[in-house]
Design a protein around this ligand. Structure first.
Ligand code: NAP
Length: 258
């Protein structure tokens, strides 16, 4: 008999740092057993120890989400040792390249799509039939406000994040009848390594354009994800929820100070 998805087992990709680590912590705090997945074994192990020390159940698995065969093999190990996750958060992602569209190389384009889009497809194609068998599933894909709008020197990243929203909405339509919801979360500028390392504009310049006048925290995104997969999120399906401090509602350069 097929293993039923466990409503209290949550798998988070890109859980080794940043937003993914905060999502794993938030879900562990809400009583879920968490499966932490990323490539950096040491960082995963540090978070696993921290969560276990706080009384949670956490299990790390090293995996490159861009590699479909590796994802299948890893998920087979998860299923055998822990069961089928009823919650999957596709958070793993890479930023850049901050080039003009005609300067983007094939390798850069394929690498970004490999993680940001193929990675999500690999997890979902494994999870959906299993979730359908148990008539339960909660999938959250971390897109970006660049999944809704464009940006100069950001065409590749924006294309991957737009693709994710189309994929999310289509899964919502296709699998909603089986108790499965699929939503996207679209963060603005969140204070993580990705923001520090990858954005060429100065922090001051970015802050000038955000009505909230600050960057978001990983925890603020994590709480939204926890809500979507929690008991009050069951009727939200196919949404692309913006968490950006008002940035995408503000087209002018300066935020009024008075
Ligand atoms: P981050 O600090 O750079 O963390 C990225 C995470 O993804 C890491 O845990 C990394 O782990 C993992 N990852 C990258 N490539 C992977 C791969 N091939 N296989 C498995 N895991 C992989 O970034 P972040 O800011 O937390 O971003 C998390 C998500 O939010 C991304 O999808 C990003 O596009 C999105 N987002 C971020 C912002 C922002 O301002 N920070 C805004 C909008 C959207 P390993 O290196 O250990 O594999």
């Amino acid at each position: 008999m097929a293993v039923q998805p466990d409503v209290n087992l949550a798998l988070v990709t890109g859980a080794s740092r940043g937003i993914g680590a905060a999502i794993a912590e938030a879900l562990a705090e809400s009583g879920r057993r968490v499966v932490l997945l990323a490539r950096d074994a040491e960082a995963l192990s540090r978070l696993e120890k921290k969560l276990v020390a706080a009384g949670a159940q956490a299990h790390s698995f090293v995996c490159d989400v861009a590699n479909g065969a590796a994802v299948d093999a890893t998920l087979a190990r998860v299923e055998a040792s822990l069961g089928v996750p009823g919650i999957i958060v596709n958070n793993a992602g890479v930023g850049g390249p901050f080039h003009r569209a005609d300067e983007v190389s094939n390798e850069e384009w394929e690498a970004l799509f490999g993680v940001n889009v193929d990675g999500v497809y690999h997890l979902c194609r494994w999870a959906l039939p299993r979730m359908k068998a148990g008539r339960y599933g909660r999938i959250v894909n971390i897109s970006s406000i660049q999944g809704l709008f464009g940006g100069a020197r950001s065409s590749t990243y924006a294309a991957t994040k737009h693709a994710l929203i189309g994929y999310t909405r289509s899964l919502a339509a296709e699998w909603g009848a089986f108790g499965i919801t699929c939503n996207a979360v679209c963060p603005g500028y969140i204070d993580t390594e990705m923001l520090l390392n990858a954005d060429p504009a100065s922090r001051t310049e970015l802050l000038r354009r955000i009505p909230a006048r600050r960057f978001g925290t990983p925890e603020e995104v994590a709480k939204v994800v926890a809500f979507l997969v929690g008991p009050h999120g069951g009727y939200i399906n196919g949404s692309a929820l913006v968490v950006d401090g008002g940035l995408s509602s503000h087209l002018a350069n300066d935020v009024p100070s008075e």
